[in-house]
Design a protein around this ligand. Structure first.
Ligand SMILES: *[C@@H]1O[C@H](CO)[C@@H](O)[C@H](O)[C@H]1NC(C)=O
Ligand SMILES: *[C@@H]1O[C@H](CO)[C@@H](O)[C@H](O)[C@H]1NC(C)=O
Ligand SMILES: *[C@@H]1O[C@H](CO)[C@@H](O)[C@H](O)[C@H]1NC(C)=O
Length: 166
Protein backbone atom coordinates (compact mmCIF):
# COMPACT_ATOMS: atom_id res chain seq x y z
CA UNK A 1 0.00 0.00 0.00
CA UNK A 2 2.91 2.32 0.71
CA UNK A 3 4.10 1.76 -2.85
CA UNK A 4 0.70 2.96 -4.15
CA UNK A 5 1.01 6.20 -2.19
CA UNK A 6 4.59 6.65 -3.31
CA UNK A 7 3.62 6.22 -6.94
CA UNK A 8 0.73 8.68 -6.52
CA UNK A 9 3.12 11.29 -5.14
CA UNK A 10 5.67 10.64 -7.87
CA UNK A 11 2.90 11.02 -10.42
CA UNK A 12 1.69 14.33 -8.96
CA UNK A 13 5.25 15.64 -8.77
CA UNK A 14 5.84 14.72 -12.39
CA UNK A 15 2.63 16.39 -13.53
CA UNK A 16 3.09 19.60 -11.55
CA UNK A 17 6.72 19.89 -12.65
CA UNK A 18 5.48 20.02 -16.22
CA UNK A 19 3.50 23.24 -15.57
CA UNK A 20 5.22 25.98 -17.56
CA UNK A 21 3.34 29.00 -16.16
CA UNK A 22 4.28 29.06 -12.47
CA UNK A 23 1.89 31.93 -11.71
CA UNK A 24 -1.17 30.15 -13.06
CA UNK A 25 -3.49 28.40 -10.66
CA UNK A 26 -2.26 24.81 -10.72
CA UNK A 27 -4.58 22.68 -12.79
CA UNK A 28 -5.54 19.24 -11.64
CA UNK A 29 -3.51 16.56 -13.41
CA UNK A 30 -5.36 15.16 -16.39
CA UNK A 31 -5.90 11.88 -14.58
CA UNK A 32 -7.74 13.73 -11.78
CA UNK A 33 -10.13 15.75 -13.95
CA UNK A 34 -13.71 14.64 -14.36
CA UNK A 35 -13.88 11.98 -17.03
CA UNK A 36 -16.86 11.27 -19.22
CA UNK A 37 -18.65 8.79 -17.00
CA UNK A 38 -20.64 6.17 -18.78
CA UNK A 39 -21.59 3.87 -15.91
CA UNK A 40 -21.89 6.30 -12.99
CA UNK A 41 -24.06 7.81 -11.59
CA UNK A 42 -26.17 4.63 -11.64
CA UNK A 43 -28.74 3.89 -14.30
CA UNK A 44 -30.89 0.75 -14.49
CA UNK A 45 -29.37 -2.05 -16.63
CA UNK A 46 -30.17 -5.69 -17.38
CA UNK A 47 -28.25 -8.34 -15.46
CA UNK A 48 -26.44 -9.23 -18.73
CA UNK A 49 -25.35 -5.63 -19.20
CA UNK A 50 -24.25 -5.42 -15.55
CA UNK A 51 -22.15 -8.58 -16.00
CA UNK A 52 -20.53 -7.01 -19.08
CA UNK A 53 -19.78 -3.82 -17.11
CA UNK A 54 -18.15 -5.92 -14.38
CA UNK A 55 -15.96 -7.76 -16.91
CA UNK A 56 -14.99 -4.42 -18.49
CA UNK A 57 -14.14 -3.09 -15.03
CA UNK A 58 -11.90 -6.09 -14.27
CA UNK A 59 -10.19 -5.82 -17.64
CA UNK A 60 -9.59 -2.09 -17.12
CA UNK A 61 -8.39 -2.34 -13.51
CA UNK A 62 -6.56 -5.66 -13.17
CA UNK A 63 -5.39 -6.39 -16.71
CA UNK A 64 -4.83 -2.97 -18.33
CA UNK A 65 -4.13 -1.15 -15.04
CA UNK A 66 -5.81 2.00 -16.39
CA UNK A 67 -6.62 3.74 -13.12
CA UNK A 68 -8.25 6.85 -14.63
CA UNK A 69 -10.62 4.73 -16.66
CA UNK A 70 -11.21 2.36 -13.73
CA UNK A 71 -12.43 5.29 -11.63
CA UNK A 72 -15.27 5.91 -14.10
CA UNK A 73 -16.85 2.62 -12.98
CA UNK A 74 -17.02 3.85 -9.35
CA UNK A 75 -19.73 6.09 -7.97
CA UNK A 76 -18.24 9.43 -6.98
CA UNK A 77 -19.29 8.66 -3.37
CA UNK A 78 -18.72 4.89 -3.43
CA UNK A 79 -18.13 3.30 -0.05
CA UNK A 80 -14.68 1.81 0.55
CA UNK A 81 -13.80 -0.78 3.23
CA UNK A 82 -10.11 -1.32 2.45
CA UNK A 83 -8.26 -0.25 5.63
CA UNK A 84 -5.76 1.91 3.70
CA UNK A 85 -8.07 3.77 1.30
CA UNK A 86 -10.93 6.16 2.14
CA UNK A 87 -14.34 6.26 0.48
CA UNK A 88 -14.98 8.16 -2.73
CA UNK A 89 -13.68 8.06 -6.29
CA UNK A 90 -11.08 10.72 -5.56
CA UNK A 91 -9.58 8.62 -2.75
CA UNK A 92 -9.24 5.72 -5.19
CA UNK A 93 -7.33 7.99 -7.58
CA UNK A 94 -5.19 9.34 -4.72
CA UNK A 95 -4.35 5.82 -3.53
CA UNK A 96 -3.54 4.26 -6.89
CA UNK A 97 -2.30 7.31 -8.76
CA UNK A 98 -1.30 6.39 -12.27
CA UNK A 99 0.64 3.36 -11.12
CA UNK A 100 -2.01 0.68 -10.78
CA UNK A 101 -0.62 -2.12 -8.69
CA UNK A 102 3.02 -1.06 -8.98
CA UNK A 103 4.91 -4.05 -10.34
CA UNK A 104 2.13 -6.48 -9.56
CA UNK A 105 0.68 -8.78 -12.15
CA UNK A 106 -2.88 -9.88 -11.50
CA UNK A 107 -4.23 -13.23 -12.68
CA UNK A 108 -7.97 -13.63 -12.38
CA UNK A 109 -9.01 -17.08 -11.10
CA UNK A 110 -12.76 -16.80 -10.41
CA UNK A 111 -15.48 -14.19 -10.87
CA UNK A 112 -19.20 -14.17 -10.10
CA UNK A 113 -22.10 -11.74 -9.99
CA UNK A 114 -25.52 -12.26 -8.46
CA UNK A 115 -28.13 -9.86 -7.03
CA UNK A 116 -25.87 -6.83 -7.53
CA UNK A 117 -22.96 -8.39 -5.62
CA UNK A 118 -19.90 -9.18 -7.73
CA UNK A 119 -16.64 -10.73 -6.66
CA UNK A 120 -13.30 -11.58 -8.18
CA UNK A 121 -10.68 -13.96 -6.77
CA UNK A 122 -7.21 -13.38 -8.16
CA UNK A 123 -3.46 -13.88 -7.79
CA UNK A 124 -1.31 -10.86 -7.03
CA UNK A 125 2.18 -11.71 -8.27
CA UNK A 126 4.89 -9.16 -7.48
CA UNK A 127 8.67 -9.64 -7.74
CA UNK A 128 10.23 -9.98 -4.29
CA UNK A 129 6.88 -10.48 -2.54
CA UNK A 130 5.09 -13.68 -1.56
CA UNK A 131 2.25 -14.86 -3.77
CA UNK A 132 -0.93 -13.19 -2.56
CA UNK A 133 -4.58 -14.19 -2.92
CA UNK A 134 -7.16 -11.42 -3.13
CA UNK A 135 -10.94 -11.45 -3.14
CA UNK A 136 -12.59 -8.15 -4.03
CA UNK A 137 -16.33 -7.88 -3.44
CA UNK A 138 -18.30 -5.12 -5.15
CA UNK A 139 -21.89 -3.92 -4.74
CA UNK A 140 -23.50 -2.56 -7.87
CA UNK A 141 -26.47 -0.29 -8.26
CA UNK A 142 -27.52 -0.83 -11.87
CA UNK A 143 -24.61 0.28 -14.03
CA UNK A 144 -22.40 1.62 -11.23
CA UNK A 145 -20.15 0.25 -8.44
CA UNK A 146 -21.31 1.67 -5.10
CA UNK A 147 -19.24 -0.24 -2.50
CA UNK A 148 -16.08 -2.36 -2.18
CA UNK A 149 -14.68 -4.83 0.34
CA UNK A 150 -11.48 -6.85 0.03
CA UNK A 151 -9.85 -9.83 1.73
CA UNK A 152 -6.12 -10.33 1.16
CA UNK A 153 -3.90 -13.28 2.15
CA UNK A 154 -0.20 -13.75 1.40
CA UNK A 155 1.32 -17.21 1.18
CA UNK A 156 2.93 -17.76 4.60
CA UNK A 157 6.55 -18.92 4.68
CA UNK A 158 5.54 -21.82 6.97
CA UNK A 159 2.70 -23.08 4.80
CA UNK A 160 2.40 -26.87 5.05
CA UNK A 161 -0.09 -27.36 2.21
CA UNK A 162 1.45 -27.77 -1.25
CA UNK A 163 -1.87 -26.62 -2.72
CA UNK A 164 -1.83 -23.24 -0.91
CA UNK A 165 -3.16 -20.76 -2.03
CA UNK A 166 -4.22 -21.86 -5.52
C1 LIG B 1 -6.93 4.98 -20.13
O1 LIG B 1 -8.20 5.03 -20.70
C2 LIG B 1 -8.52 6.30 -21.21
C3 LIG B 1 -9.98 6.27 -21.61
O2 LIG B 1 -10.26 5.17 -22.44
C4 LIG B 1 -7.60 6.61 -22.37
O3 LIG B 1 -7.90 7.90 -22.88
C5 LIG B 1 -6.16 6.59 -21.86
O4 LIG B 1 -5.28 6.76 -22.92
C6 LIG B 1 -5.87 5.28 -21.16
N1 LIG B 1 -4.57 5.36 -20.52
C7 LIG B 1 -3.65 4.44 -20.69
C8 LIG B 1 -2.38 4.64 -19.96
O5 LIG B 1 -3.84 3.48 -21.41
C1 LIG C 1 9.17 -1.80 -9.84
O1 LIG C 1 10.37 -2.44 -10.21
C2 LIG C 1 11.41 -1.55 -10.53
C3 LIG C 1 12.56 -2.36 -11.07
O2 LIG C 1 12.85 -3.44 -10.18
C4 LIG C 1 11.76 -0.74 -9.28
O3 LIG C 1 12.80 0.18 -9.57
C5 LIG C 1 10.53 0.02 -8.81
O4 LIG C 1 10.81 0.69 -7.58
C6 LIG C 1 9.36 -0.93 -8.60
N1 LIG C 1 8.15 -0.17 -8.32
C7 LIG C 1 7.36 -0.41 -7.28
C8 LIG C 1 6.15 0.47 -7.17
O5 LIG C 1 7.57 -1.30 -6.48
C1 LIG D 1 -29.63 3.35 -7.10
O1 LIG D 1 -29.44 4.59 -7.72
C2 LIG D 1 -30.63 5.31 -7.89
C3 LIG D 1 -30.29 6.54 -8.72
O2 LIG D 1 -29.27 7.27 -8.09
C4 LIG D 1 -31.21 5.63 -6.53
O3 LIG D 1 -32.41 6.33 -6.67
C5 LIG D 1 -31.45 4.33 -5.77
O4 LIG D 1 -31.87 4.61 -4.45
C6 LIG D 1 -30.20 3.50 -5.71
N1 LIG D 1 -30.47 2.18 -5.15
C7 LIG D 1 -29.63 1.57 -4.31
C8 LIG D 1 -30.04 0.21 -3.85
O5 LIG D 1 -28.59 2.09 -3.92
Amino acid sequence: MVTFRTSAIAFLTAVFTCQTDATATPKLPVAYQAQPVQNCPPSPVSSQKQAKIFQDFLQTFLIEGNITKTATFLDVDYIQHNPYVLSGRQSFLDAFGSGGGGNSTFEIVHTALQNNIAWVHYKNIAPGSPLTAVVDVYRFNGSCIMEHWDVIQSLPADAINPLALF
